[in-house]
Design a protein. Sequence first.
Length: 409
Amino acid sequence: MLDFSAFVSSSLLALALGALIGLERERTSSSIVGLRTFAFVSFLGFMATLIGNVVNFTPVVAAIGFIGCLTFAFLYYYFRSFHEKALPGLTTALSVPLTYLLGVLIGLGYSIEAVTSAIAIALLLVERQKVHAVVKTVTVSEIIDGLIFAVIAFVLFPLLPTAPQVFLGYVLDLQLAWKIVVIGSLLSFGAHLLTKYLHGRGAILAAFFGGAVSSIGVIYLFLQESVKRPGVIRLALVASSAGAYLADLVFLLFLAPTLFEVAGFPIAVIGIILLAFTFFYKRGTELADVTFSKPLSLAFVAEFAVLFFLVKFLSDFLTAYFGQTGLFFSSFLGGVASSSAVFASTIALFSQGTITSKQAALSLLIGLTGSMLVKTLLVAYKLKWRDPVKVFAPAVIPLAVGFIVFLLS
C-alpha cells in the first residue's frame, strides 16, 4: 500500500508522462486524442495496477485495462480510416497502449524506467521528420550488418558457457572473449553512424570516433588523404588517440570495475590532456570529411579478436616464465598492435587473479605507451620529421603526466 504522499507523487508523475506524449500528438495532428486523453490513459494504467495490488490480482486487472486500451486504439484507427480518404498513420493508435504501460510501470514502482521510456517515446514522436529522413538513407549493407550485430550480441553471446573452459591446457573465458567482440562491433557500428550523419560538422568527429575503433587505421587513412597537410595529420593523431583512450576506458569500466578504480584516473587524465591538444590543434585547421564505408567492419572485429588471443597467450607465456618483466614487455609489444587488445588480455589476467591491480594498471599504461609510440613514429616518418616537437609533444606530455599520477596514487 502506498502512503498518501507517495500516491500523490505517483499520480502526478503518471499524469505528467501521459500529458507529455499527448501534448506532442495534439500539437502535430488534428487528432481528437490529445493531451487530456493520454494523461488519463497513463493515469488509468497506474490506478489499474494500484487496484490490482489491493485485491491481489495485479496482472489480471492490469491486463484487462491493457486490453481495453488496445480496443480503444483499434476503434480509433478504424473510425478515423473510415472517415478519411487516405489511411492514417498508426503512431497515435499505438501510442495509447504504450502510454497505458507507462502508468503500469509507475504503479509497479518502476518510475525511473517509466520516465526514461516516456522521454524516448516523446523524442521519437517529436523528431518524426528527422527519423524518416534517416530511415531513407539506410542502406542494405547497414541493415545486413545490423542483423549480424544482433546475432553476435543477442543470439550467440547468451549461448556461451559462463564458466571458463580448458582447451589444450589453456584456460579460455569464452564469455569475456565474446564481450570483447560485442564491444568491438558496437564501436565499429557507432563510429560508422556518427561519421555518416555528423561528418558535415567536421572530420574531427570522424577522427575521434574512428579512433575508438582503430586509431592506427584512422592515422593511416588520414595519411593517405592528407599527407601534404601536416596540421591535419597532427590533429588526426591526437583526436584519434583521445578516441582510442575513451574506448579503452569503456572496456575497463564495463569489464573490470575494480581495476577501473586503480587505473581509470591516470588514463582519464591522459585522455583529457589529449582532448586539450585536440582543441588546440583544431584552431585554424580545416579537415576534409572522412567516413567509414562499412557500418560493421567484420574484418576489424576478427582482427581484434585474433589480436586479443595472441596478446593474451603472449602475456600468459611471458608472465609464467619471466614474471612481472614478461608481462610488461608483452603489454608494450601488444600495444604496438592494439592497445584495446592489451586492455582485454590484461583484464582477463586480472580477473583470473594472475596479476594484482597495480601490476594490471601499470601494464595498461605500458600498452598505451607502445600504441602511442608506433602512431607517433609513423606520423613523424610520413611528415619527414618536420616540426618534431608538435608531433611528439602530444604523445610525451600526456603519458608522462599519466605515469606520474599513477605513481602518486
